[in-house]
Design a binder for this molecule. Structure first.
Ligand code: 8OZ
Length: 364
């Protein structure tokens, strides 16, 4: 197969053996008390090292950044040491792996927060969605607005998490700026009604994102830093009055950071790729100078075409990687894909996590 999708590519400082990326996938199998990953994670990511790049499941940068049970962290030495076993395993297979740095903001519940406190957000506005707690699906709690001093401290939490990520052997980080979590809450009008330097026009609503990028790239270099955005996704109750105009401001400003990649969810997260009148991913993509990673509902032919036509440098696949550890090989051979079992997507053990067969297993 000579398609460009299967050819080598270097994004910033990350040299990949192909253009197929494993998208970040929340699986809720970390230790709920200390946020460490386990032997099972070592095996899960090792199995998927054929991806040109693995982006880990979303990983909180601080205790207040947590919003669901059993998600991993990257803010303690124990968490970093556990992740080091994952990165070693992926590297031993010739793969590359970055950790997704995550702060949920208001998508949390008091029962998941230190001291049972309210979650934090740009403004005290509830998301009106559910999160997954020890009691199953529960409404997210009403958040309280961060003070300016707390915003600065949160930026430092991103910096420290990025430093720990490098210590844990990651090839870099992806800053999670998508899907209605903290950075997206700052960016969008429905969740940000601040009247200080972090709210109001897009220059102010984007300030937190750029302060995070300043800190992370200062710490580990832009060439090891990626960013995920979802300009038009309604995920987690997020809403913006004019996303096209806002992101036409944000995207060109990213060019100054020398980022490894920009990862775009090109529609509704995990859903439709259709956009509203006046919305254009293509127009945003043209404003970015670096490596462009496309995501959302790509199949084999769409991915081959997107890379061949220069519409994307990299294509990230999410759900297909859950059920197909050897997804790259299957796409290369145009082999059939396994279907994932939704009942084991979130939480549980090895079942539905490390027990999906490769083509080799199937023919044995
Ligand atoms: C599914 C379930 C929980 C979290 C995202 C981190 O949407 C997530 C997530 C996805 O970015």
């Amino acid at each position: 197969m000579t398609e460009a999708l299967f050819s080598k590519y270097t994004a910033g400082g990350i040299a990949m053996s192909n253009r197929i990326v494993m998208a970040p996938l929340t699986r809720n199998r970390a230790d709920d008390d200390d946020g460490t990953v386990s032997d099972l994670h070592v095996e899960y990511y090792r199995q998927r090292a054929g991806a040109g790049l693995i982006i880990t499941e979303a990983t909180q940068i601080s205790p207040v950044g947590k919003g669901y049970i059993q998600t991993p962290g990257i803010h303690t030495e124990a968490q970093a040491a556990a992740w080091k076993r994952v990165t070693d395993a992926v590297h031993a297979e010739g793969g590359k792996i970055v950790v997704q740095l995550w702060h949920v903001g208001r998508i949390s519940h008091t029962s998941l927060q230190p001291g049972g406190q309210a979650p934090v957000a740009p403004s005290a506005i509830s998301a009106g969605v559910k999160t997954f707690t020890h009691n199953g699906f529960e409404d997210t709690s009403e958040p309280r607005a961060l003070t300016e001093a707390e915003i600065k401290a949160t930026v430092e939490d991103y910096r420290k998490a990025a430093a720990l990520a490098i210590k844990a052997g990651f090839d870099g980080v992806e800053v999670h700026g998508a899907n209605g979590y903290l950075i997206d809450q700052f960016l969008k009008t429905g969740s940000n009604q601040r009247d200080d330097a972090y709210g109001g026009g897009i220059e102010n609503r984007a300030r937190f994102l750029f302060e995070v990028l300043d800190a992370v790239t200062d710490e580990i270099g832009g060439e090891r830093t990626g960013l995920r955005l979802s300009p038009f996704s309604p995920a987690n109750g997020i809403d913006d009055a004019d996303p096209q105009t806002d992101f036409e401001y944000v995207v060109p400003k990213l060019n100054g950071y020398g980022l490894a990649f920009l990862h775009m969810i090109e529609g509704a997260t995990g859903g439709s790729r259709a956009l509203e009148e006046g919305q254009s991913i293509e127009a945003l993509r043209k404003l970015f100078d670096g490596a462009y990673m496309a995501n959302n509902g790509y199949d084999r032919q769409m991915a081959i075409d997107a890379v061949a036509e220069g519409k994307a440098d990299l294509v990230a696949f999410g759900r297909p990687f859950i059920a197909n550890p050897d997804l790259v090989e299957r796409l290369r051979r145009d082999a059939p894909l396994n279907e994932g079992d939704q009942s084991t997507f979130y939480g549980g053990g090895a079942e539905g996590f490390t027990d999906y067969p490769t083509l080799e297993d199937e023919s044995a």
